[in-house]
Design a protein around this ligand. Sequence first.
Ligand code: PBG
Length: 322
Amino acid sequence: MTEYPVYRGRRLRDGSAVRSLVRETRLSPEQTLLPLFVEAGEGIRIEVPSMPGVYRSSVEGILEDAREAMELGVGGVILFGIPETKDDEGSGAWAEDGVVQTAVRELKAELPELLVATDVCLCEYTSHGHCGVLEGNGVLNDPTLELLARTALSHARAGADIVAPSDMMDGRVGAIRQALDGAGFPQLPIMSYAVKYASAFYGPFRDAADSTPLLGDRRGYQMDPANAEEALREVWADLEEGADIVMVKPALAYLDIIRRVKDEVEVPVAAYHVSGEYAAIMAAVERGWLGDEAMEEALLSIRRAGADIVISYWAREFARRC
Ligand code: PBG
């Protein structure tokens, strides 16, 4: 006669072997991407104050970071550029000898096996800090598309393996796809930041990349954190324009959105554990208020929510522990 309780969940929790056997979610380093900030110049390596362990580096430093990440099994890197000078249009974004283009060339020459993705946006290159052509306090959508397409194409020519537009202009995936196809890059995948919220969690990134808008904010193009259905519209629009991978950003505050997107579409979904989400955990770890397993738990939860690819400033550290 079986006595109550029949179900004893603890049978599968006890003992590390059985616990591991029935584990439902696994995150492996090869499913992660490490963001790197490339700065123009030489011999530069500055730790971002609000992001311990994250540096703005000139190309030599980037090569070192990328090599280490690759050797540890991290899936790849995603590059952000910090140019020497900025202008109204953001022309540094598409310069053939621009900071990202140069870094991509060197990375692909030194580490041909490394997957190199590039962030395609103008905000790090414009003097006003907005993601496109500014008129008054607003960003003009359609004139921006051509500049983004030019930028993506210059990354493709440098040898990028994936381009990742993060600007949130309407129609940019289509414009980039067309430019790539027309220039002989029909095979180059686009990972679109399809669902990008106007989030307070980008603060440390903007300090790092020096890209805070001088006037106004990004609410004219980035999404309202209150909206979920809109996320699905954005995903479908980008897929119809030719996106290969769709991204949700931020990640931890939007786990429900990651799940909804993953349930809705049958393409790889990426999620970006952004600078502020990283900084919050790191700050607590530094104070001894949290153990750094909290970061592992956060990244695992993003994977459990449905992300196939997790973008994390902690990707290298995570790989080291696997
Ligand atoms: C560029 C861009 C941003 C981030 C990624 N690409 C900043 C922004 O939109 O203000 C944020 C990444 C992070 O916070 O880690 N548009």
